[in-house]
Design a binder for this molecule. Structure first.
Ligand code: PXG
Length: 286
């Protein structure tokens, strides 16, 4: 089964799926995207992802040339055509082709791309044993420069933080905002547990409004665990009982060490484990 990639209403084989070198998505990172999971042939939280895509687009003045319903159907169609039962969808809308120069006004038609593929961000053992992370020196772009809720094609500062993690032998990094408060990781939201309560940075501090983060909050509520959107510093994470990250790709992954400090007893925590179990049940019962 070869991969079929959707570009502007047509399907192409992987080798033929190409866009212009004059696309402003490539030239300037001018565009928005979503990463979505397929579990058991069902698209997880499709409406939420489509809604977030259109909110990101609106914020950057990008007029997506189709209505939300058609976009949702295009995603479902791409999943069906690729016969994907478990996998990952990358939905991208770029500013489209235009002349050189950052002014997007000559770009007449946004490019819509849907890739249906696979994703495994971390090996299985990390879900069982947890991972070690560092704090990156690259800060999250300030909210007053680029709202962190916009899931844009500009990931350079996150990539710099990811590289910093890799260079210090870790897989992930936590990013602080310009005031030094914890914002999120390079492609995941962060949570900590203290005294049986969940804490996650208030999105105001510079986090993406994560769909997995929201799902985890709902699961916590169903387990009678309270979640607080808080102002967190590295000190809070160092002294947490448990810590984990959430994201579409990673799902829920325990963090057991940060900046060399062992979190809790250095093993994935009990509440983290419960949340992982319920999340798994949720995605398996779709
Ligand atoms: N923060 C950032 C900066 C993200 O990019 C999240 C948080 C988690 O949000 P969701 O809605 O997915 O729970 C993301 C999402 C990848 C990859 O290819 C990255 C994400 C999602 C899927 C795949 O690394 N980031």
């Amino acid at each position: 089964m070869t991969m079929k990639i959707y570009i502007d209403g047509k399907y192409y084989d992987r080798e033929d799926a190409k866009i212009s070198v004059f696309d402003h998505g490539l030239l300037y990172g001018d565009g928005v995207f979503e990463g979505i999971r397929i579990y058991n042939g069902k698209v997880f939280k499709l409406t939420e992802h489509i809604e977030r895509l259109y909110r990101s687009a609106k914020a950057i003045f990008l007029d997506i040339p189709m209505i939300k319903e058609d976009m949702g159907n295009a995603v479902l169609d791409a999943v069906k055509i690729n016969e994907k039962k478990n996998g990952y969808i990358r939905l991208i809308v770029t500013r489209g082709e235009g002349p050189l120069g950052i002014d997007p006004s000559p770009c007449k038609k946004p490019t819509v791309i849907i890739i249906v593929s696979d994703i495994q961000l971390y090996p299985d053992e990390y879900y069982k044993n947890g991972i070690e992370i560092i704090t990156a020196s690259s800060r999250r772009i300030p909210s007053d420069s680029l709202d962190p809720r916009i899931k844009s094609l500009n990931y350079l500062n996150n990539i710099m933080a990811k590289l910093e993690a890799r260079q210090s032998g870790c897989l992930e990094a936590v990013m602080l905002n310009k005031e030094g408060f914890v914002a999120e990781c390079t492609g995941d939201n962060i949570f900590m547990v203290k005294n049986n309560k969940l804490f996650t940075p208030d999105p105001y501090h510079g986090a993406l409004d994560g769909i997995t983060m929201r799902t985890v909050k709902e699961i916590a509520e169903s387990l009678n665990i309270k979640t607080h959107e808080a102002t967190l510093t590295r000190y809070d994470i160092y002294n947490a009982d448990e810590c984990f990250m959430t994201g579409t790709g990673a799902e829920i992954i325990p963090v057991i060490k940060i900046d060399g400090r062992i979190i809790g007893d250095g093993k994935p925590g009990i509440i983290t484990g419960k949340l992982i179990d319920v999340f798994k049940e949720l995605t398996c019962s779709l």
